[in-house]
Design a protein around this ligand. Structure first.
Ligand SMILES: C[S@@+](CC[C@H](N)C(=O)[O-])C[C@H]1O[C@@H](n2cnc3c(N)ncnc32)[C@H](O)[C@@H]1O
Length: 292
């Protein structure tokens, strides 16, 4: 019963029902590789495993190297990781009533993470520690690729969920982990594959821009490059589901995605956004699920 071990912007828990309705029926009977090319916390992957316990092959990819290194550490060195995280958790809990001490501890860990001179297991522990204790579980870096999110206001955040980390470790034994651009995942696929693609969303307005998952912007040119990629997947006979923001929420005249994906199926689904939502607090937002 493994579940995501990170908080991640754009986690897809609220879209799962709609994703389920769009999973190709042939996958009930056929062997396939599951590919999550913009993994983040891999919410859909963990859910897929429950739905298809016999899933034999999966690939998780993200351009964020520190993030994928966490997965690699959990796969190969989970016991040491747990040891470090539980020590840090105990230390952190001692400062329960002293915000100053908590802050000092948090910012020291952040500095150590940004120095990038720890071994992979410690670096992964730092990533998980910061994710559990920072403001809203945000991941944001500056131009120098330094993590710059301030401390969160949690009293006793769970830093080390030992049972879950062990479950995740078991599951990852059969998973190929890649850190790089989503396009490279195709080179690792043999046979039929089902791709779930959850790129950084196109901002609903200039001011709601949230594109700082890693360096580099996922701008309109990137959205178009992604469309060309899924078009290629379609021609190769693979199946895919892609999610994105619905720019019609803020401008009903905006046909960006409707034009881009006119050859495919576009469904609008209601979804509450979490971290990255500030554009429209009045009504429920729709998001797009696009499939071939
Ligand atoms: C919306 S989030 C995915 C959230 C994920 N579905 C979850 O359950 O947490 C987008 C992810 O795409 C990654 N990313 C951005 N550009 C990428 C690229 N060119 N190739 C692969 N991953 C990329 C970011 O690092 C980020 O983790």
């Amino acid at each position: 019963m493994a579940k995501p071990f990170l908080k991640w912007a754009g986690g897809k828990t609220q879209l799962l029902d709609s994703i389920e309705q769009n999973i190709p029926t042939e996958f009930e009977h056929q062997e396939f590789t599951y590919v999550e090319a913009f993994a983040g916390s891999s919410a859909v992957f963990f859910w897929m495993l429950k739905k298809y316990p016999t899933l034999k092959k999966a690939i998780l990819n993200d351009i964020n190297i520190d993030l994928i290194n966490c997965y690699k550490t959990i796969k190969t060195n989970v016991d040491e990781l747990i040891q470090i995280l539980s020590t840090w958790q105990n230390e952190y809990y001692q400062f329960e009533d002293s915000l100053d001490e908590k802050k000092e501890y948090y910012y020291a860990k952040r500095q150590l993470f940004n120095a990038h001179n720890s071994n992979q297991t410690t670096q992964s522990a730092l990533f998980i520690f910061l994710n559990r204790t920072c403001f809203n579980g945000l991941y944001r870096v500056n131009k120098k690729n330094e993590f710059n999110v301030p401390i969160g206001s949690y009293k006793k955040p769970q830093i080390c969920n030992q049972e879950n980390l062990l479950n995740v470790s078991k599951i990852l034994q059969n998973v190929e982990l890649l850190s790089g651009d989503y396009q490279q995942t195709l080179e690792h696929v043999h046979g039929k594959a089902f791709f779930y693609l959850d790129p950084p969303y196109k901002p609903l307005s200039e001011t709601s821009s949230f594109t700082s998952y890693a360096k580099g912007d996922f701008n309109d040119a990137e959205q178009i490059r992604l469309k060309e990629f899924v078009h290629k997947l379609d021609q190769l006979g693979h199946k895919w589901i892609l999610s994105n923001s619905d720019v019609k929420n803020t401008n009903p005249e905006n046909n960006f995605f409707d034009d881009l994906y006119q050859a495919f199926n576009i469904t609008r689904v209601f979804a509450k956004r979490s971290i990255n939502s500030n554009a429209n607090k009045r009504g429920q937002l729709t998001e797009l699920l696009i499939t071939n």
